[in-house]
Write a protein that binds this ligand. Sequence first.
Ligand code: GLA
Length: 408
Amino acid sequence: MEKYNGLVMMAVVMFCSQCWIDVEARPVIERRNLLANGVGMTPPMGWNTWNHFYCDINETVIRESADALVSSGLAKLGYRYVNIDDCWAEHDRDSTGYLVPKRSTFPSGIKALADYVHGKGLKLGIYSDAGHRTCSQTMPGSLGHEQKDAETFASWGIDYLKYDNCNNGDLKPMKRYPEMTRALMSTGRPIFVSLCEWGDMHPALWADTLGNSWRTTFDINDSWDSMISRADQNEVYAEHARPGGWNDPDMLEVGNGGMSNDEYIVHFSLWAASKAPLLIGCDVRSLTNETLAIIGNEEAIAVNQDPLGVQAKKVRMDGDHEVWAGPLSGYRTVVVLLNRSPEFRTITAQWDDIGLPPNTVVEVRDLWKHATLEKRFVNELRADVHHHACKMFLLTPLTLSGKDEPKV
Ligand code: GLA
């Protein structure tokens, strides 16, 4: 308990100092309800097994993927969590009630894997479920075993827990999730808590003290309709995202082959601007240049990791095209012009919509062309956008209202 209190105090102090430094525009009081475990101050970045491998996983895939994150340069860009999803354990607990890594696929055990991953400067994530069995039904869930499992995860050196919601015996998540969060906190190890409740009971409204992220949607699949609907459902809760607690529209499908390159760029742009977890869901051992150019876009990643931590919102909708925008540190703004239609569209972002004072002159950088536009813009920004595509711009004010110099 003493250790727990100490950890909380430390995290609160760390958190509060972050508030004063980073949070310019929003009152500190709004940010007091959060899981004070000191992690997740920016959205988590990493890789997860599920979207590509489903249950077909083993320790070799995990090691090789960790190697690939480093050799591709993605780890340096911030992709540090190597997350094992469902299906890593034996069907049943051992005679003393502990989870057992599946002998046929994880013969060296999870601790060895954590040591390997840590040795590369990365972090290891694992998966469990706030129910009697996980969603795949192939392994036990943690309901009723929270303390034991949390201690097991901490002793293995786990850094991230995805906590799912299947087979829950009809108990509400508000009853089941706190047990695991408390148990993890009591271990004294800072473990990112990723709640996977699929948005069923609107966790954005109550999970801020229980998790560092909470799913706002059912599972994504590798198609435009699925991806764009997850972005829409997640946007509704934008006001609830902040450093330490993020809305999660599910993991990335970029690189899995079901969408066009432009559609994957939309996917990554919306996830980045929405401050969503950036968890790669493809096979990172065989990345194409196109995929690497998307998930490795440093400028889009910088938007996602911006210390202000404010989720972008739709600020103007016009049938099949729209403008998303959000404030960034240094009085900058990210703007995404999104074309959902099957045809080309010209889309305009008005200063009034994106929250810039009238007559502000801005410099505009195209985050996918990696180029600063020569022209300066005042009062609106207009661009042509292909079908099922977007433009992502970073706006830096050169003057505020034509009078004051911006404090950048
Ligand atoms: C649920 C989750 C998925 C994945 C699977 C594993 O469907 O939402 O992200 O973890 O379970 O079975």
